[in-house]
Design a protein around this ligand. Structure first.
Ligand SMILES: [Zn+2]
Length: 218
């Protein structure tokens, strides 16, 4: 009889040990379920947008300028007033000195200076090609070569000093390397009269990028 009793006790003890031993297993199961909820949370986390575009003038960060004297991108009535029968498409954005002052011009996007040249119509211009395929032309605003601070082949960063606006306005043109933007004379102004997608709206690109950066931070 005693032998059977002790055997029974042994079984009870064994079962009790098994039950207690399995308790941590339930915890492990709960813990393994948790990381899955972390993954779901991560999906909702905002990715911070890195701003790669900027204004060409410091003043534009300080206040919203309406640019009444300068000509905006696209179909404006400025040229129409003078040439009513001709196309009135404007292939860039003009920043007038009366609004931004005769002040420093900053690079709106990082890139490499492809050319610094003078050509009638564009005046002295800075032609920048960016790694992401964008092309930026700063034209008409530099009266003297000493007003330009960068040279051919130079790598420039966003916000780097390009030169100084000394003329009545600077015209900023933005296109892409895969577009047919170079004319037969090698000047980066092909289709300046035509709204065919070659020339993009510079202020839209800049402001959309800055806004995206602000939204991702908030
Ligand atoms: Zn212009």
């Amino acid at each position: 009889m005693k032998k059977i009793e002790s055997k029974l006790l042994l079984w009870i003890a064994l079962i009790a040990i098994l039950i207690f031993a399995s308790v941590p297993l339930w915890h492990i199961n709960l813990n393994t379920a948790r990381p899955q909820t972390h993954v779901v949370k991560k999906k909702h986390k905002k990715v911070v947008h890195k701003v790669t575009w900027g204004y060409p003038f410091k003043k534009l960060y300080e206040k919203k300028i309406k640019f009444k004297s300068g000509q905006k991108f696209g179909e404006t009535d400025v040229i129409r007033r003078y040439y009513p029968t001709k196309s009135y498409f404007h292939d860039g954005y003009d920043f007038g000195f009366s609004e931004v002052g005769h002040s420093t011009v900053y690079a709106v996007h990082a890139g490499t200076v492809h050319k610094v040249k003078y050509t009638p119509g564009l005046g002295l211009y800075v032609w920048v090609i960016s790694k992401d395929g964008y092309v930026e032309i700063y034209q008409e605003g530099f009266l003297s070569i000493t007003d330009i601070y960068v040279k051919k082949g130079q790598k420039i960063k966003l916000g780097q000093k390009i030169g100084r606006l000394t003329g009545s306005h600077i015209h900023l043109g933005i296109t892409k390397t895969d577009k047919d933007y170079i004319d037969k004379h090698g000047v980066p102004c092909h289709y300046y009269w035509k709204d065919n997608g070659t020339w993009l709206n510079p202020m839209k690109i800049i402001e959309d990028d800055i806004a995206k950066g602000k939204a991702s931070k908030s």
